[in-house]
Every structure is written in structure tokens, then in C-alpha cells.
Design a protein around this ligand. Sequence first.
Ligand code: ADP
Ligand code: TRP
Length: 330
Amino acid sequence: MTAGLRTRVLSGIQPSGAQVHIGNYLGAMKRFVELAKAGETIFCIVDLHALTSVFEGGKLREYTRSLAAAYLAIGLDPERVTLFRQSDVPEVCELSWYLSCQFPLGLLERAHSFKDAKAKGLQISAGRMYYPILMAADILLYKATHVPVGADQKQHLEMAREIAEKFNRAYGEIFPVPEPLIAEESGVIPGLDGRKMSKSYDNYIGLFEPAKAMRKKVMKIVTDSKELEDVKDPETCNIFALYKHFATLEEQQTLAERYRAGGMGYGHAKQELYEAIEREIAPLRERYESWMTKGEELEGILASGASKARSIAAQTMGEVRSVLGLGAGK
Ligand code: ADP
Ligand code: TRP
């Protein structure tokens, strides 16, 4: 980040599943908590985006609370971070409309998310197609300068940049052009089958699954069919790819040597992985479970986040409406 410049970091995750997984934790959440220690940060639980895939109100509300509890459990400090639900600040829908009037339709048709859904023959709602505009509105409404996202969101961020530039050219410098902070170093976390860990592939380890269930999943990680005595390669092994994120450097070296020496079965590596994950997650799981019983306190945190977010939103919308020529003007 550029030194000296006022920065405002913003990110969002959809509450679109019962639980976040280890891929979300390592690829996005953990990093956000680190960034949040350094400066002004806003974290938005994007329930309006989740409406493109969650069609039961009760579920959406539960997923939203679970995501908030997950962030608090892994160490997000609500005193320092504006943690809120997107739908509590409805101005984002209004701004989306204004941005959509600037946004070339062709760009939306080129979005990977849209093309993937189309290639799979899925029914695409207008909302799903509109998704990148709503994301741009999230970023611009709060005048974010930096947006940490996974590599899969690169294109969406490009769109947000483009729309900010276009709007500024037409109406004056209203929006900072947001810089992406892409997590290349953590890369894509593999799931049990070696593909990207994802809700949609059902190959994930839930971040707060009970220890026993988590161990069962670890034991299911797909490996090659080498025999116990064979020499093995940690660099191409799905177990080791996860182990790297939970073990110390020394532990990694020790296990890598055992892979290369032969005489170690994958079952052993899985047990080591399970223990390393459990060591890091157990205290977080306890905090998560405790937050899940404190519904009122949780809602209080989201409400106070929404009130901070709303005051930024009101200011931006005042400027935007004025330059667009809406209202009586000054
Ligand atoms: P999913 O693919 O399970 O639906 P999301 O799209 O909701 O996950 O992702 C939420 C955040 O977590 C995004 O910032 C995304 O980049 C990150 N993320 C998701 N899966 C992974 C993964 N396997 N490795 C690294 N980061 C991931
Ligand atoms: N589209 C993002 C995802 O699927 C979620 C998101 C919505 C977001 N609004 C955002 C991320 C604003 C960063 C900033 O992961």
C-alpha cells in the first residue's frame, strides 16, 4: 500500500453456506484479520449477493450470523473494524442502479462467473448477471482504496476499477480507483479431491467442524497409490499442500524428509495434518461456538457496524446524487 496516503481497506464474503471452510480461512479470512490490525478496514457480509443462490430467508439469516461469528472467532476486532451486513445499508442498491447506467452490458457478458454459469447450462437470473455491479457498488459506496480478494475475484475488481474511472471522467473525482490486494502467496487451497476447495465441489473441510468429523475428512484426502515403503513426493501431495499452512517450518521439513525417505504411509501424514489443524483451530472453534450462543451481542456488533457504514454511505450518496442531477441541488 502507498505510504502516507489515507487508505481504507474493504472486503466482503457471501454468507452462502452453513459454514466457511479452510480454503476461505487460509485464502481470505486470516489475511483480512491481519490487514485489519494495520489501518481502517470495513468488512461487509454480502447477504444481497447471497440472494443469487440462497432462497430461504431463515437460512440466509443463519449463514450471515455464522459468518459474523466466524470472523469474530478468528480475531477480527469489532472495535477497530466496521463489520456489518450489506443489506443494512440499502443505499448500495441505489448506487448499483446509478453505476449500471454507466456499465457496458458487454462487460457483464464477458464476466467469468457469467460465462461459467452459461457454459454449465445453468439458469442465470438477472441478479446473477448484475452481481459485478453490486460488488462495484460495495467498493465505491465506501470509497475503499484497497480490496483484498482471492485470485478468482480479479476480474470483478477490474470491473469496479473501470466503472470508477468512467464515473470520475463523466462527473468529477468522486471515487478512489480501488487497488486489488490479491493473495498470491496463499494460492488456491486444495480440497479433499485435489481440486480447489469449494462449497460447490463438496470437497471441503468446514472450519469449525467438530474434531471427529474433521479427522474423518482429513482421512479421506485423495493421494496417489504408492505403497508404504515407497519414496513419496511432498510437493505433489494434497496432504502436504494443506500441512504447509498449519505446521511450523521445522515440522514441514521433518515431514518432508519422512516422505522422501520412504517407509511412511499416507495415513501417518494425515494424522500429522489433522493434529496440526486441530492445534490451530480448536481454540477458534470454541470461540465460534460461544459467539453462536450470543445472538443479541452479535446483532449489536452488526448494528453498530451498520451505523458507521451508513454514515459513510450517506455522505457518498449525497455527492453522487448531486453530480448526477438528482434532487433539487444546492
Ligand atoms: P466457495 O468457492 O467455497 O464458494 P467463496 O467464493 O464464497 O468460496 O469464497 C470466499 C472467499 O474465500 C474469496 O475471497 C475466495 O477467493 C476465497 N477462497 C475460496 N476458496 C478458496 C480456496 N480453495 N483457496 C483460496 N481461497 C479461497
Ligand atoms: N464477489 C465476492 C466473492 O464472491 C464477494 C464480494 C462482494 C466482495 N462485494 C465485495 C469482495 C466487495 C470484495 C469487495 O467472493
